[in-house]
Structures are given as C-alpha cells and as structure tokens.
Design a protein around this ligand. Sequence first.
Ligand code: GKR
Ligand code: MG
Length: 427
Amino acid sequence: MTIKEMIITPIAIVDPPLLNAAGLHAPYALRTIVELITTDNISGVSEIPGNIEIDAALASARELLIGKDPFQLNAIRHTLENVGTETAAQRGDAPWDQRKLVHVFSAIEVACMDIIGKVLGLPVVDLLGGRMRDRVPFSAYLFYKYAGAGGKLGFGVDPAAGGWAAARQAEALDPAGIVDQARAMYTEFGFQSIKLKGGVFEPRAEVDAIIALREAFGPGTPLRIDPNAVWTVETAIRYGKEMEGLLEYLEDPVRGQENMAKVRKAVNIPLATNMCTTAFEDIPGSISLGSEDIILSDHHFWGGLRTSMELSRICATFGRGLSMHSNSHLGISLAAMVHLGAALPRLPYALDTHYPWQSDEVITRGRFKFEEGAVMVPREPGLGVELDRESLARLHQNYLDCGLTRRDDAVEMQKVVPGWTFEAVRW
Ligand code: GKR
Ligand code: MG
C-alpha cells in the first residue's frame, strides 16, 4: 500500500473580530485541509493554518510523497527535508508561527497517522504509545474583541443568537466585558481554567481584567495572561510582581529567551512560551538561559505528533512543563490535539483552544462537545473524524470568495484604526 494522491484544500472559516498584539482577526480565519489517499483507497486527513506559501510548499511535497508507504514516517520525513530549509527565527515576530516546512511536516505526518490508525484499527493515541487519560482538559481562551460575528456579518451581529453564540459576538473591551465573556464561555463549555489574550491595551488595563476575573471566579480557577511578547522587561517585572499569587503562569510577557530569563529570575510566577522556544534548535538556549518553565507545544509547528512526544521527554528531562498552544481551528486539528493530549505522560495544565470562537465544522460528526471543559478522546480508528465533503466545498468557496491568502492582523486593524502599526515591543 502506498500513497497515490494528495489533495490540498484551502478553506476560510468564520472568525469574530478578536484583538491581539498584532492587530485584529479578519472575518475569516484560513486553514488548509490535507487529504492523503492510498492505493487501497484509505484516506487520511489533517488540518493546518492556512497560508498561500505553506500551500505552495505542500504542493511541492506532493511529487515526493506519491508512491511512499505511509507507515514509513522516518523515511517520509527525510524525503520532505528536501523541500527546503528553515530556521526557528523564521517563525517571525507575530503571535502566530510563520514557518512553512514545520507545517508541511505536521500536515503529512498527521494524515499518515490517520491512515495507519485506520489500517490497524487503532486510534492515533494508541500509535503514540497509548492513552494516559480518557478526557483532555482545555482552558477558556478569552479575547478582547469588537462587537461582531465575523464572516459575512463582519462587525454586525445575528440578533437571533442566544447563549454563547450571542456572547461570542458581543464587544469585550474592558474588565467587565471580559468577565461577561468568561461567564458565557464557562456556562457553555465548563472550562476550569482561564487564559486572557493580552498585549492589546496598556498593561494596567489588562492586569485589572485579571484581577476582575479572580474576583469573579475565585482562587480555584487558574488564570493566565499572554501579552504576546510586547511588554518590556521592566513592565513585565512590575506587573508580574503584582500578579504573583494570581496567575497559574504568565505567557510570553517579553520577547526572546534572554529577556524571558530576566523576568523569570525577578518574578515568582512560572513563565510559559509559544514564542521564544519553538523548535528543537531553541532547546539549548532555553536550558542554558532558563527562559521558561512551560513550553506550549503545538503539533502544527513542532513538526507533528511524534515530535511533540519527543519534546515531552526533553521537557521532563530539563524540568519543563509541557502544554499546548492553539490558533483558530476546526475539529481535525482538535482531534489531533486531543489524541496527543491523551498520550502525553503528564498533562499538568489545561490546553489552549480557539475552538469555541469557531462556528463552522468540516467533519461529519459535527462540532466536538466539551464536558466540564474537557473533550473525550475518540475511540474510532485513526483521528476518529471523517471529512464532510459538502462542508469542505462550502468552506473552500468561502476561501475563494473572501480573497484572503494569508493572515495579516495589522491590515485588518488598519481598516478600523487607520495608520495602526504593529510594534514588536509596545509597553
Ligand atoms: O489568535 O490572536 C490569536 C492568538 O494571538 C494566536 O495567534 C496566538 O498564536 O494564541 C496564540 C498565542 O498563544 O500566542
Ligand atoms: Mg501565546
């Protein structure tokens, strides 16, 4: 059995106007769905962040992949290394990772794992060494946002929506709005911990939102804030000290391993990152400098699920916690995250997910359910999801219609605040 076809489908999914340090989410978030089909007509799927350059790199991998045995993941990885080279620095300054190759590795590895699982009749978690837990806990992920549903409605809202569907469209620009958003998310999904995406307003306002969350939810709900590295070391130390005792961890307060290490020495809160230690080549610097306590891995840019398992061993060796980062995504990515989360030997922190912000889905089972903030690990072979071809066609049409080909939150922000520019370090 070999791979006979690879289908790359860019899609655009409705995304509300969420704010971050790099600007504003567009009305649609881009994802790419990859499908590999074997000579036995078994198909494996994966989902990665959408970007026209990554899609082109995937397309150039296609010829290398056709005829390969999907079980031979080491050889496939070796072959794919011929698609090009890239360094960790190429992730860029934005909150999200802009590398191409790591995403290509991940897309192909996950789709192959889905095939292998289907052939063997085993869920992906079993291919990663077996399940350590049946439910994988996620965290509420709060965003400052403008009013708006995203998609065709843009900054408009659907007045017929209720519950979380209404809250997802509501404005949240101050501590009260953030607390309302957290309550609505908690009611719908039952999350037991809360992350606030920061780096949007000056730090005093964001720290006040954390204090308001603590007052609203009490000490039993772990809190995190992520300014996406736009604080100075002085700002991070000042506000970090104020948040000692309030936060479970502080995520990427400052830019770069050296600066993270300075904050870590001065502030008594664990530091987490998905920005300064994002590749195996970053690990020596992380260890020698002591830049963070927790690495927020993401199989989409750590090169896949098996490399994420390798990372977990490195983290255990060097006393790092391991948890998970996310971007706007659908159920194929969520399924992969859940299988990985179930296989990790230790899972001390609830994982990030943007999933509640999405309303679309591309799989036949419909949207995943959360119970008390956790997702049950699928028991079906492979990832346990099947492509919904009608939805795929509709979401691909969205892609063609929306005209977006890569994420650029600064451009979206400039439509609202003319002249707005991204500053890698702002406060
Ligand atoms: O979706 O705006 C966003 C987030 O800022 C995302 O792009 C980041 O990659 O969630 C991410 C993070 O934790 O840095
Ligand atoms: Mg982050």
